[in-house]
Design a protein around this ligand. Structure first.
Ligand code: NAD
Length: 496
């Protein structure tokens, strides 16, 4: 059975949706979108990769209605049956590995290593979700006999997923897979710049795994599609991953329509390097955290806070790495690929230039060739400079020296974000004590800030979200709600 699934999917790995015609969206079948087409281009070269359908609000309405109709039968299946479909989707997605990695590289500008890791993580999220469908889903409550009283987690109905471009596959799948496993239907809006790796590959895997039609809809489009999802009466919950500004708009609109909302937003994540740190390891961690995927990660290390005694040694190492890392087309082996679009290049450059004008010292990079921004080292960055305050989403290592632990904590906690933090030092107890004072949803002692695992609850404080979490144990809280059921042998004889 699985062999057959895999070979069915492998036949159509390269362009599974285009084979069915241009301008399509996925609703269980590949259908023509009402909003026209989106041209998907390769950031490294500007070349046209494909055209996909552009959903419009009428597509959202139709998808949400179909999902609402399909969902109860799916929810009524035994958990083991849903687990089997999700597990099969993992196997198909595993067999699609080469095509998935290629799409992540071409459509999203991912370096090969990042694309491989994203594919592996996607499989992890699928497997974890399959296991979730087999877990206990309730409690027997201590009500007085003869009343039996059960608190049961039930699916919400239709879950709307809005995902970004930067880890398109993982950030879609980490919501789609547990939502389906818990018995929901899903309407997914991937970013219009990455609709294939953020949506259509997932549709392909679930379709080959036998997910019944109507339970998963992929609607590429822009903010107007996301807004229509927030207002749709058949969508019970919105899970959004993206910028804090757009997240706020989503939260406001979904709140007005009384939907549950999960917001996973931006970050300005501090890595604190203590004076007893191994400087070579610290530099590797800082470079990885700041430059992986061109800094386009919500968990990217946005502030490198280093004890002043190690400052020069750290900066020297970062500059050497910045000069050595290959920049360009990931298909040519570049480690630092392109930024997603020219607007983002201009934004990154403006932050670097404004910070230099405000007194920061540019030691490497600070220039771009097309969409490829050179890995950049900015030292002498202080609070108030744009590079210190803003989420850059570009390959910029922002270095600030501190004198003691109190100052490190103060610098790390400035601003409104609170997603991830790291502390590097030889004395683990001391590093942990300092870490406990940092305001962040994720804390890594002796690691940089870009760390995620399917079994770990993911999310931030402050402007990094709305206090919700996703993945691991958090998935039950997010993708189900409680239903309390009591049963008695006969109706009680109330006083009147
Ligand atoms: P973005 O907010 O512009 O877009 C994200 C998604 O939201 C896209 O699908 C987009 O089309 C949609 N969208 C945009 N405006 C909308 C609106 N008003 N209503 C409904 N949908 C809307 O984000 P981006 O710039 O493409 O992505 C980068 C941002 O995402 C960064 O801030 C980054 O930190 C954040 N991010 C957060 C996480 C996390 O888990 N916390 C993960 C990855 C990225």
């Amino acid at each position: 059975m699985i062999k057959q699934l895999v070979s069915d999917a492998s036949d159509a790995l390269d362009d599974p949706w285009d084979a069915r015609g241009e301008g399509r969206i996925f609703t269980g079948a590949w259908v023509v979108a009402q909003g026209g087409a989106i041209e998907v281009t390769e950031p490294a070269t500007g070349r046209l990769l494909t055209r996909v359908g552009r959903a419009d609000p009428a597509d959202v309405r139709a998808a949400a209605q179909a999902a609402r109709i399909a969902q109860p039968a799916w929810a009524a299946l035994p958990g083991a049956a849903r687990a089997q479909v999700v597990e099969d989707a993992a196997r198909v997605m595993g067999a699609m590995g080469d095509a998935v990695v290629r799409w992540l590289m071409r459509e999203g500008g991912s370096a090969g290593g990042k694309a491989q890791v994203e594919h592996e993580h996607a499989l992890g999220f699928l497997r974890h979700a399959a296991a979730m469908a087999l877990e206990p889903r309730g409690h027997i409550l201590a009500s007085a006999p003869p009343r039996t009283s059960v608190a049961e987690r039930v699916p919400l109905g239709v879950v709307g997923v809005i995902s970004p471009f930067n880890f398109p596959l993982v950030l879609s799948i980490r919501a789609v897979a547990p939502a389906l496993a818990a018995g929901n239907a899903v309407v997914l809006k991937p970013d219009p710049r990455t609709p294939v790796s953020g949506g259509f590959l997932i549709a392909q895997a679930f379709a080959a795994a036998g997910l019944p039609s109507g339970l998963l809809h992929i609607l590429p489009g822009g903010a107007e599609v996301g807004q229509a999802m927030c207002a749709d009466p058949d969508i019970a919950m919105i899970t959004f991953t993206g910028s804090t500004g757009a997240g706020r708009a989503v939260g406001e609109l979904a709140g007005r329509h009384l939907k549950k909302v999960q917001l996973e937003l931006g970050g300005k994540n501090a890595l604190v390097i203590l004076e007893d740190a191994d400087i070579d390891l610290a530099a590797r961690n800082a470079a990885w955290g700041a430059w992986l995927h061109q800094g386009q990660i919500c968990m990217s290390t946005g502030r490198i806070l280093v004890h002043h005694s190690l400052h020069d040694a750290l900066v020297d190492r970062l500059v050497a790495k910045a000069r050595a890392l290959p920049v360009g087309d990931p298909l040519d082996g570049a480690v630092i690929g392109p930024l997603i679009d020219p607007g983002q290049v201009a934004r990154v450059h403006a932050i670097v230039e404004a910070s230099v004008a405000a007194g920061a010292v540019l030691l490497a990079g600070g220039a771009h060739d097309g969409r490829c921004y050179a890995p950049t080292v900015l030292a002498g960055v202080t609070p108030g400079m744009p590079a210190f305050e803003e989420e850059i989403f570009g390959p910029v290592a922002v270095v600030t020296a501190f004198a003691d632990d109190d100052q490190a904590v103060d610098l790390a906690n400035r601003g409104s974000y609170g997603l991830a933090a790291g502390v590097i030092g030889a004395n683990v107890d001391r590093a942990s004590r300092l870490g406990a004072r940092l305001r962040s949803g994720h804390l890594h002692i002796n690691d940089q800030t870009v760390v995620a695992e399917p079994q770990a609850p993911f999310g931030g404080m402050g402007a990094s979200g709305n206090g919700s979490r996703i993945s691991g144990p958090a998935n039950w809280d997010e993708f189900t709600t409680w239903r309390w059921t009591t049963t008695q042998p006969q109706a009680p004889a109330y006083p009147f």
